[in-house]
Design a protein around this ligand. Sequence first.
Ligand code: 1CP
Length: 336
Amino acid sequence: MSNKILSCLKKKEKNLPIWFMRQAGRYLPEYQSLRKKNKNFINFCKNPEDIQKATLQPIKRFDVDAAIIFSDILLILDATGQKISFEEKKGPILNNYNKKIFYQQSDKDFKKKLKKTYESIKKTRKKLNKEKALIGFAGAPWTLLVYMINKQSPKKKLEIEKIKNKEKEKIIKRLEHLIYLHCEEQIKSGADIIQLFDSWAGKIKEKEINKFCIIPNANIIKKIKKKYPHIPVICFPKGINKKINLFIKKAKPHAINIDPNMKLKKINIKANVVFQGGLDPKFLLKGEKQMFKKTKEYLDFFKETPYIFNLGHGILPQTKPKTVKRLVEFVRSYKP
Ligand code: 1CP
């Protein structure tokens, strides 16, 4: 059997591969026990033996079609000298960014700080069956800029207007370069696919969506396509709403993940892209009847086009592993 998700992405087969965002994480008891040993989350993300274990946990349990390397989008900022800690209930807390390191550090030194991620990818790829894809990832420039400046989750408040557009643009340009380097090293280490998370694209003013979201994603995709034409790129501009068709047309990703607020009728199903995801992770907390009903809406809507089953955001920590298993079984057996 071939690699299902790669055939879907490359040959555009309608073979319905499945994986889940945040498929490794707090809802799994086997993850909790690894996490207990690694009290500091950033250090956990630098421990190749445990990263490899966490990455493979959902494959062992659910036999999903892809593993996503266990890491975090904020490690790029950590590698530019910005200190990060994770606090219970608060999420990430960051220090001020270090201008000198951020702009002047050599590529070599930057990559050296992320070498544990690359080592983990090598280790994981060796253990992972060829039929399964290994997804490497990075945050997109805007989303990393948000954490750099806001220094905490923007869920409650976003203070990004305190810096001028010129400075934002300068930071974004530098981030484009660093993100590309990180993607490149992940590919060289064995990642088969790259996913770019623009989790806070929904916070961009409509008239600035091109400048801060579409163009930076497009620039990174263009570079990856040029040097690694065999590597598909999946984008997730969360909250992009009606600009999705413009994003697809201009950034030209191989695939695009949709979020739960995306109205399906706004989507151009004939666009030259593979669609992924959409189901609100809250449906995994509602009982099977409602979960299957909503799942069917996505499977029916996308039945004529290549589609990767996934959620519209990460699995919630309260989710029961059994529910995830039932959802995988349901999707695999569904005939629209
Ligand atoms: O154990 C714990 O308490 C840590 C929770 C956790 C986990 C499991 C964090 C902290 N990060 C991760 C892993 C992670 N993060 C993965 C790999 C695992 C997998 O997907 O199976 C990935 C792909 C991410 C990506 C990530 N980190 C994003 C983009 C996706 C998204 O959720 O929008 C973002 C925004 C982050 C930042 C971050 N890291 C962790 C948290 C709780 C957050 C969100 C903070 C916020 O609300 O702003």
